[in-house]
Design a protein around this ligand. Sequence first.
Ligand code: AMP
Ligand code: MN
Ligand code: MN
Ligand code: MN
Length: 288
Amino acid sequence: MHLLNADLHSHSTTSDGTLTPEAVAERAAAGGVQLWALTDHDEVAGQQRARDAALDLGLAWVGGVEVSVSFAGETIHVVGLGIDPDDETLRAGLAATRAGRRERARQMAEGLARVGIEGAFEGALAQARNPDLISRTHFARYIVERGVCAHTHEVFRRYLTEGKPGYVPHQWAKLGDAVRWIRGAGGVAVIAHPGRYKLTANEEYALFTEFIAHGGVGVEVITGSHSAAETLRFAETAVEFDLLASRGSDFHSPEESRTALGSLPDLPGRLKPVWAVLGERIEGPVPA
Ligand code: AMP
Ligand code: MN
Ligand code: MN
Ligand code: MN
């Protein structure tokens, strides 16, 4: 159970991935993943397709979502695992979280137009397969397509991060609400890719303390964006706060993602895997 090749963080065209839920399932199975979750941003519309595709492939599946949260002036992502995608309160909460994205995208496009990148709203919308979920990733792909930058990482650095022309501050869900929606839908809440946040030590302590007070139980120790040092650091965090450890590539696209589905490092041995508590929420054949 501990060494299960679990990948519990990935994206499809339902949010800012480039592959359909079915194609992500195929890649997961082909990459040797033994337990898979699709965790689109603020959206569960791809869950049924993900489940059906996984079960057809003989791949164990569990419901998932990645909720955008604002905390201490930063955007924090909370992954929900084992959720029921049909839960009405979760769906309503996610709809409210998505609601501001279109207006934000218009403002981002205005900022980009001021530095000579015209038509970015229409360009990003054309990249998005789900018109309700225009993300910075879609802007980044449009700007690469225009030849302004060579890679999406460069677009983020030059145009889409705090202080840059296409950055628009945004109010996402509250931490407590995100955890409550996930728990209410029968799921467990996990702090996603903790190494990516620009928090002070005090803020990080507050994040984990408040997350746990709201009923959050896990942290991604193994994620596609962690360095070896960050993996060690957040393994310590998991022990210190008695959190379950999760493992997920955060796969978005074969061209853009550093980590392929199924190729993540093992979970450090002393940690408790989050999948050990998912139990009957997992559908399909989990290897013993
Ligand atoms: P949004 O929810 O619209 O703010 O977009 C956030 C998404 O942008 C993340 O989920 C990543 O997929 C992507 N992203 C954020 N920072 C970077 C970066 N530096 N390079 C590439 N993609 C990034
Ligand atoms: Mn993303
Ligand atoms: Mn994320
Ligand atoms: Mn993600």
